[in-house]
Structure formats: structure tokens, C-alpha cells
Design a protein around this ligand. Sequence first.
Ligand code: GLC
Length: 424
Amino acid sequence: MKRLFLLVIISFVFFTGCTKNEHFLTFAVGGAPNEIDYWEEIIREFERKTHRTVKLLRQPTDTDLRRQSLVIPLKAGEKDPDIFLMDVAWVAQFAASNWLLPLNNNIESDSFDIKQFFETVVCGVDVYKGEVISLPVYIDCGLLYFRKDLLKKYDCSIPETWQDIQQYASKIQDEERKNNPSFFGFVWQGAQYEGLICNFIEFIASNGGDIMDSCGNITVDSKENIQSLQFMRDLIHKYKISPPNTFTEMREEEVRAFFEGGNALFERNWPYAWKLHRSENSPIKEKVGITLLPRFKGGENAAALGGWHIGISKYSDCKSEAWELMKFILSYEIQKKLCLSLGWNPSRRDIYDDPDVKKKMPYMEVVKKASSHAVARPNFPYYTLVSEVLQRYVNAAISGKMAPNKALEQADKEIEEIIRRYHE
Ligand code: GLC
């Protein structure tokens, strides 16, 4: 009897493909607290449909911390998590480290319609050595949020240039401070982390600068970049329209809460902030507007290209179940829900034509326009090393510890050294 029981257990484990004692899939996901709560709902829906059990491993909000919490188990070859979301900035590193399950066979055998996903994103990010190793869940791009009521009250138009931002913010901040001493003109992500690099890319690209030119040369200490970094620093120290904790504390959620609390005129953030600003208990619910991030005079609008991709661990012992979950998350139904409930910019093209999306998310037009100005971060497997150097020096410059030209010269040198070492 005992043997028979053992046999049944072994066969069950064998045929289902999972060898964990408890039979569940582990899915690692982070983000803003409301996003993680929403993932719980999606997972429960998957469980009801498939009668499988999924354990959600809650990760932090900050992308760098999310990456670390995946790198540790993956480096150790652990079975969990089976499936996870990855920032567009680190997919290349995960692929080159050989941590991701190639998906071509699954895609073919299930006739999975990969053509529905933006081709430029899939080809630029999710294909490694001819194999699809991940797929996009949503696409992010930087946006400018503004207080419609205050621009109107002080007779200012929607800003188009960074100079407009500086002018309007200085004027309105002076006036609003009379009633609200905590009021600031412009909040953005300046803490030493990946988000700072997204902001930096937007400032430099809207001034004709870049990190690398089209021939692959590092151009970090260009004249355009130094000017832009000087402007970022001036926002805090000279014009004093961005709060002094910009370079110590300001990440996405801190910035969102600051603006949502009615304490700022302008905010730089990703599309997810829209839904929250417009939610029932938001003090600025009816007062918020959204537009493209400004440009320097003579420059072009730019939005950092962000977004999150889903992949399956090569070490997972539940690969086929993980693929089922991945298909579910990328299905029309769930992508539409993620868009309507979280304001995410879907990675499937067909969602943009959905009548409900068109009706309920008119701001998607702005997001679509901003996406057409999207600037990607360099797609190196060692990007995180490059970013770490930039984070250190850009942050030192905006905090006032280093002159912008010196900071960028030093960053340029260190980045060239990283590249040289990698190609040795
Ligand atoms: C958002 C973007 C991601 C970016 C991160 C920076 O999550 O989607 O690509 O790296 O913000 O904080």
C-alpha cells in the first residue's frame, strides 16, 4: 500500500513536471504597492481557470533592488522563482548569463501570435542569438504631469521647453508658497538609482546629446550633456524649483506622492502615475494634465524607453506551467485589464484599437506620441555596470559635490574602461 502511494506521488510529480513538495509555481514581481496587489488578483484568476497554484514573490519597487533579488537565486541555479518580470534595462544581461529559457519551441507548438507584439521592441530586446527569451508585458516612456488649474490661474500655457518649465515653475512656486510653504515647481527622479539615468537620458537627448553615438563611441562628456547636467543641478541649487531631497530620496513613488499631495506644479513620471493621480481619493484628481516632456531650445522631445518583460528561469522545474502563466499574462484579456486598471501602456498592438481602451483611456494618445520620441538605454549585457558609473557621477553633480564637466569626464573614462575590459 505504502509503495503504491509512493508511486502515485512520484508519477504525479513526474507527469506534471514540477518536483517541489508543494505543487506551485513561483512568480516574482515588484512595483508600486497597488501594482503588486493587482498582480495578486490576476494570479487568483489564473488559478481559478487552470486549477494550478501560484505563489507571488513580492519584490520591492526600485528596479535595482528587484534585479538583485533575482540575480541571487539565478546565480545559485535555484529553482525558484520559476517566472519573473525583468526591466528592459537588464534583459540583455539575463540573456547573456544564460538564465532564461528559450521560447521558440513553445511559441511554435502553441502557434502563439508573437506578431501582435511591437516588433521593434521584441526584436530589439527579447531575441537573443536567434531565440526569443522573453516577451514584453508593458512599455514605459517618460511623461510630464502638470497642474492644469495652476497653469490656468497664473495664465501660463502648457510648457514646451525646459526654459518654460523653469520660468513657470519659479513664478508659480513663489506665489503658491504664500499658502503652502512645502510647494515646489518641479519634481523628478534624482536619487542614485536607475531612474536617475532615465531622467538624465531625457535631459541630454532633448538637447541633442547621447551616451553613445551611432558608431558605438561613448559620448558621455559631450558639450550637450554637460549643459544638460548643469541644468539638472540648477533646478535644485540655482533656481531652487526642485526640492533639496531630489538627489537623496526622489524615486518614482516619492515623486508621485509629492505631486499627488498637491505640493508640485510639474512632475516627471511614467504612465502608471496617471491612474493613481486620477483615483477617487487623490487630492488632485480633476486638476492633473499630461503632456510630452519638454526639450531644450533647438532640441527635440525625448522620453526614456522603459518597460517590463516576462521570462522563465532556465532552472525552473515548472517550465510548462510557467509558459501557461506567461501566455495568460500576455493574452488580450489580461493585457486589456492591466491597461485599464493600472494605466500601463500595452505591449500588444491590438489593445490600442479596443473600443473600451479608446473610450476610457483617452490619454493613451499622449503616451503613444511620447513613445514615438522614445530613447532606449544602451542594450549591452554589461549595461548595469555602465549605469552604476553614471548613477554615481550624475548624482554627485546634481548634489553639488562635483562639477558637471568633471563628473562626466570621469564617468566617460570609467565607462570606456568597462567596455575595454569586456571585449578583452
Ligand atoms: C520604470 C521603467 C524601467 C526603468 C525604471 C527606472 O520601471 O519601466 O524601464 O528602468 O522605471 O526606475
